[in-house]
Design a protein around this ligand. Structure first.
Ligand code: GAP
Length: 518
């Protein structure tokens, strides 16, 4: 656990130190759960989005992209169910005035019991050594059995209260378990009530309730309300998809874990419109396809897993998460949902305009079903950082060891593709040659010219931001027109003619190779 904590702290500190992510409005002590992407972060995020967009829109003739507005007609959210059902159960502590998610308070209580059970198991494993039979110990040790029974009982009560939407039972559970406010230690709680997660704002021209607008809590609805427009103007035939990347906003109450849970975040969503009855086949297709997309980046098999939803959202008939092993454990990275015809049908009813498709293959009109893939761009960013940031011990030619922080991000996602480093920053000939190479390479790639330190320091800095190649111009370059090209991961250095540099860099940083490998 503490190793995991350290790894997470390291990602957060590295993100700030090297200009990937800053706390929003930091000079005013920040705004919680809102973050800004710095120079390298915004490049990396842009590349993640490009990888997603190209894999969806460019690689599939039957998927097109749109860019819908954040603000939508308020009836959209009534139809989608978000006004009535996009809620979290909240409870306030009367002493500290702190607000909590009631279900999370109970989940944290369960996690504490689990930690106690795990402690017993770890202690026993140490005591018995090689002969330790974990399954038998868990099944027979009275203390562990007691902890597990207790956890199960509480989880069942929580599950029932949540499924029934019974807020009184939820409060009773908190009282029965004697859960205290983590801040004040007080057990003085208000009743539990539902809290809608949508941020609202007011239209300037209409006063009161009638002028209330919402910041979209998912990008998907911008796609649904444009279904007919897109289908007619692109003449797509079912099955076809509409993809979109854009901001979404949720007034999250438990807003922790850095960019994992934010109040303003970005989603990459694709709604795939299909013939009713074919949803199982397409659900399976998109599950497999999305997992391949993640694995093409080099993510190890044991870092990703599927997790079927226990309880389904109001719109879904099947749902699975692709979970990633974040530094704080396996958590949802992406959702694949079979959304039936819920959204199109609801928009048809609320707008009075049927959202149908005429299928020429069967000469019939129907409301299409939808399978959606939905991934948070920020969570993807965090998973890339988790996978890539490595502290390595290296040994130099004289046998001296040191460490380097290296961001082994896939070269196609790297913020800077290559850095041009003059060996002597005041040497006219070297500078002119290095600048010439840089000016040429920058027409093709995002490059950096850096002469602000010793070559060793410059390499370390480029390693830390994930630059796949460094090109060093030295005295010999002036005579032989060759440079040293150093590769980030292996740190191997090779002397190559200047006119070969662009080809070498392109070969590895090209998005084409990555897309081919999906
Ligand atoms: N249209 C379906 C939908 O919005 P969701 O599971 O609520 O489904 C989809 O969200 C994805 O959006 C999640 O898998 C996650 O990656 C991302 N996401 C959701 N809430 C988020 C938050 N508060 N901060 C960052 N990412 C979030």
């Amino acid at each position: 656990m503490s190793n995991q904590n350290d790894a997470f702290k390291k990602i957060i500190a590295h993100s700030k130190e090297y200009g990937f992510i800053y706390q929003s409005s930091e000079i005013y002590d920040g705004l919680s759960a809102v973050y800004d992407y710095g120079p390298y972060g915004s490049e990396l995020k842009k590349n993640i989005k490009e990888y997603w967009w190209k894999s969806m829109v460019q690689m599939n003739e039957n998927i097109v992209g749109i860019d819908a507005s954040i603000l939508m007609h308020p009836t959209t959210w009534k139809a989608s169910g978000h006004v009535d059902a996009f809620n979290d159960p909240l409870i306030d502590n009367k002493t500290s005035n702190k607000r909590y998610r009631a279900d999370v308070l109970v989940e944290e209580y369960i996690a504490k019991i689990e930690a106690k059970a795990n402690k017993e198991i770890t202690k026993a494993a140490k005591r018995f050594g090689e002969s330790f039979d974990k399954d038998q110990f868990v099944a027979t040790n009275p203390r562990v059995v007691k902890y597990h029974t207790e956890m199960e009982t509480i989880a069942n009560r929580l599950g029932k209260a949540m499924t029934d939407g019974n807020l009184d039972d939820l409060k009773e559970l908190i009282v029965d378990l004697k859960i205290a406010c983590p801040e004040s230690g007080s057990r003085e709680w208000t009743d539990v009530r539902q809290f809608n997660l949508m941020f609202s704002t007011q239209l300037g021209t209409i006063a009161g309730e009638a002028g209330v607008l919402y910041l979209r809590p998912e990008t998907a609805q911008g796609i649904f309300v444009n279904f007919s427009n897109v289908q007619k103007t692109t003449r797509q035939k079912i099955p076809f998809g509409i993809a979109q990347i854009g901001k979404a906003f949720r007034n999250e109450i438990v807003a922790r874990q850095f960019i994992f849970r934010m109040r303003e975040f970005e989603q990459m969503e694709m709604q795939f419109f299909i013939k009713p009855g074919t949803q199982q086949e397409w659900y399976k297709h998109w599950k497999e396809s999305r997992l391949r997309w993640h694995k093409a980046l080099g993510t190890a098999d044991d870092m990703l897993r599927f997790h079927d939803h226990d309880s389904l959202a109001h719109y879904a008939d099947a749902a699975v998460d692709i979970e990633f092993n974040f530094p704080f454990g396996f958590k949802e990275l992406e959702g694949i949902h079979s959304r039936t015809d819920f959204d199109l049908r609801a928009h048809g009813e609320h707008s009075g305009r049927k959202q149908q498709y005429f299928d020429p293959t069967i000469n019939e009109n129907y409301v299409p079903y939808v399978v959606e893939t939905s991934i948070g761009c920020d969570r993807m960013f965090l998973s890339v950082m988790t996978n890539s940031l490595i502290e390595e011990t290296i040994t130099d030619a004289k046998g001296k060891t040191s460490t380097r922080d290296v961001l082994k991000v896939h070269p196609a996602l790297a913020p800077i593709k290559c850095a041009v480093l003059p060996l002597k920053r005041n040497h006219e000939g070297i500078v002119a040659k290095a600048k010439g190479i840089f000016d040429d390479l920058k027409l093709s790639f995002n490059c950096q010219y850096d002469d602000t330190g010793s070559i060793g320091k410059l390499y370390r800095r480029q390693d830390a931001i994930g630059t796949p190649y460094c090109i060093t111009v030295d005295f010999d370059s002036l005579d032989d027109n060759m440079v040293t090209i150093r590769e980030r991961d292996s740190m191997t250095q090779e002397r190559v003619p200047i006119d070969k540099v662009e080809g070498i860099v392109r070969e590895r940083v090209n998005m084409k190779q990555l897309l081919k490998s999906i």
